[in-house]
Design a binder for this molecule. Sequence first.
Ligand code: 5GP
Length: 145
Amino acid sequence: MSLQQTYDPDNIFAKIIRGEMPSVKLMETDNILAFMDVFPQSKGHCLVIHKKSEAVNFLDVEPEALNELIGATQVVAAAVEKALKPDGLRIVQFNGARAGQTVFHLHFHVLPVYEGVVVAAHASGKPASHEELEPIAQSIRKAIR
Ligand code: 5GP
C-alpha cells in the first residue's frame, strides 16, 4: 500500500469523530479530539486527531491543522505526565502500513512508559473495556490545563 492514498471517510477514527463508534474521550474542541487507545500498549496510551483535516498521514496534512494537532498533543502529553507520572513518554506517529500504520487518519500516539513494565505490542491483543479505560481517562481529564 502506497504512502499516497485517498482518505477513506469510513475509517474507524472518522466514525469516532461522527459518534458512530464509541470512544473514551479525553478532550474535544471544534477541531481536535483526544481519546484512549482501545488496544493500550501501556497504562494511559491515548491518541490525538484532527477532526476536520482529511490527512491520511504526516505527508499530506495541512500546516495549520498540523500546528493545532501537535499543540494539542503536547497538552495531552503534559496531562498524561501529570496524572500518571510515567518514567518516560513516547510521542509516536506511523506513516504507511509498511511503517506500522493501521488506521489511515493522521494521529499522534501519546504512549507512557513505566520503569520495569514492558510496552505491549502495537494495535493487537484484546481491546480494553470502557470500565478499564474510564478511571485512567478521568485522571488524565482532570490534569488537562
Ligand atoms: P496506527 O497503527 O495507525 O499508528 O494506530 C492506530 C491505533 O488505533 C492503534 O494503536 C490501535 O490500537 C488504535 N485503535 C484501533 N481501533 C480502535 C478503535 O476502534 N478505538 C480506539 N479508541 N482505538 C483504536
